[in-house]
Design a protein around this ligand. Structure first.
Ligand SMILES: Cc1cc2nc3c(=O)[nH]c(=O)nc-3n(C[C@H](O)[C@H](O)[C@H](O)COP(=O)(O)OP(=O)(O)OC[C@H]3O[C@@H](n4cnc5c(N)ncnc54)[C@H](O)[C@@H]3O)c2cc1C
Length: 476
């Protein structure tokens, strides 16, 4: 085996796969090292299974909200069928199809755990203990992702807490579940397990979904509460203990909540503890700090892409970084010019300005760019345009009880959108138009010519523009 490659990519999650694809397409011989399943956390224990589990409940609610269809829906979710659909979408944990894709893309897959062993050197240890040392001519890109953080709470580790892997891979639905955390994973899992019949309690140290516009978080809080979720906000966990078949979670206010299981959705840790980063002067267990080309600061050969660089822990953002990183590695390898200007070909500057996110709760939240508070913190001159989506004709035809709201955040100096948030049924599909407006910095005046079709919920764009007013009217 020739162990000299142009590029070595460690971690074959969505991000590593994309780095390797770009460098291979660019003419560089690339090794892709994977210690578990090709496809990574996203395919088997995160995005895909969680969205599969969420979709059945969302489809049922959507049908129940439309007269005519509602009468045809006479039963509840078939839990076994929901889990079977999840298993189909995750291929039952079998990565054969992704391995076939890797081969068809001309990438060389090496199974085993990769560790940096010096400059441009990666040692790979296979499951049977055999080790091989690989060398990269040009670059090593580490894309190991992140793992669930188990908070340092007395008794919690001993209580056998669930992580995202247990929750998304669930086979036996617990009668009751305590969820620690109030972020996206926590809110989505509260939705899933309520749909599947568990009694859910959420313990949130600060407040639910605190990263999004408060009106959007309020809508999800109200819906979860309406569906019976017991949400305790602004409270820390003091200790946990498993007694018999249930976990007792002691809160800082002296009260106790119990569940058959406790799920930790309290954040992520970088998978750099056993990556050999100390061999190249970096700190094991720390996030890796990169520039906009995804190259580790201070290095001319090491790249860190995806969750591990802690810029925007989302699959689509990681894949965006991967395209930039793969292309810049190729450009640097062949001595071609590197376009590292803002929004250039070899940078991931959207990480700072226009990260879109869809949260598949009930109702959904979709957002891009800055919230009102973030825009004001940045000192931007801000005007906020709020609209009740239920007033739009498209909402009335979509369902008999459409509730939703949308906010645009406008930089009034430049008269461009810097952020947008939607909350309501299936709003995830609305956000990309806002992403284009934010990234392209489309003047609001020009948006008058982007006419939303009638009757769709996208007519909110027209309502925003009407509220803002035309520049011709303002100058009179
Ligand atoms: C429950 C949940 C739901 C989510 N839902 C969404 C969603 O809907 N949309 C979205 O955009 N994001 C979502 N995310 C985030 C998303 O999963 C991550 O941002 C994404 O998986 C990051 O991709 P990655 O390639 O950086 O890492 P990963 O997907 O974690 O892949 C890393 C790969 O590297 C391998 N690896 C690690 N260390 C080594 C090593 N030393 N040697 C060899 N291989 C190694 C791992 O085995 C793994 O296969 C969700 C996360 C969670 C937890």
């Amino acid at each position: 085996m020739d162990t000299m490659y142009d590029v070595i990519v460690v971690g074959a999650g969505p991000v590593g796969e994309n780095v390797a694809d770009r460098t291979t397409r660019g003419g560089l011989r690339t090794a892709l090292v994977e210690g578990e399943r090709v496809g990574g956390e996203c395919s088997y224990w995160a995005c895909m299974p969680s969205k599969a589990l969420l979709r059945s409940g969302a489809a049922l609610r959507a049908a129940r909200a439309v007269g005519g269809a509602a009468q045809a829906v006479t039963g509840d979710l078939d839990v076994g069928a929901v889990l079977a659909r999840r298993d189909r979408l995750t291929h039952g944990g079998d990565d054969t199809s992704q391995v076939e894709w890797v081969a068809s893309a001309g990438i060389e897959l090496i199974r085993g755990h990769g560790r940096l062993a010096g400059e441009r050197i990666v040692q790979v240890t296979a499951g049977d203990g055999r080790a091989v040392t690989l060398t990269a001519r040009h670059a090593v890109a580490v894309c190991p992702g992140s793992a669930a953080l188990i908070p340092d709470i007395p008794g919690l580790s001993e209580a056998g807490p669930w992580t995202n892997r247990d929750a998304t891979g669930v086979q036996d639905i617990p009668a009751s579940l305590v969820i620690l955390g109030g972020g996206v994973v926590a809110a989505e899992m509260a939705t899933v397990f309520t749909d599947l019949g568990s009694a859910v309690t959420m313990v949130v140290r600060s407040r639910l979904l605190r990263g999004v516009e408060p009106f959007a978080a309020d809508a999800v809080r109200a819906s979860l509460t309406h569906r019976g979720v017991d949400i305790r906000e602004g409270i820390a966990v003091a200790a946990a203990r498993r007694i018999g078949g249930s976990v007792h979670v002691m809160l800082a206010d002296g009260r106790t909540v119990t569940g058959d299981e406790v799920l930790c959705a309290t954040g992520r840790l970088p998978r750099t503890t056993d990556l050999g980063v100390d061999a190249v002067g970096l700190v094991p267990g720390a996030w890796l700090d990169v520039d906009d080309t995804q190259r580790v600061r201070g290095s001319d050969w090491l790249y860190a892409v995806g969750d591990v660089n802690h810029r925007a822990a989302l699959t689509h953002q990681g894949k965006y970084q991967a395209r930039a990183a793969g292309d810049v590695i190729v450009a640097r390898a062949f001595g071609r010019p590197v376009d590292d200007r803002p929004w250039g070909a070899h940078v991931a500057t959207a990480d700072h300005a226009a990260v879109p996110q869809a949260i598949f709760t009930d109702p959904e939240i979709a957002a891009v760019g800055l919230t009102e508070a973030q825009a004001r913190e940045k000192g931007l001159p801000v005007r906020v345009l709020d609209h009740d989506l239920s007033w739009i004709a498209g909402a009335a035809t979509w369902s008999d009880d459409y509730r939703g709201r949308a906010r645009a955040v406008v930089d009034t100096d430049r008269e461009v959108l810097v952020g947008a948030t939607f909350v309501g049924p299936e709003v995830a599909e609305l956000v990309h138009a806002a992403t284009i407006a934010v990234v392209a910095e489309v003047p609001l005046e020009r948006l008058w010519h982007a006419v939303p079709p009638y009757p769709t919920v996208s007519e909110v764009w027209l309502r925003w523009l009407e509220e803002y007013g035309r520049s011709a009217d303002r100058s009179r």
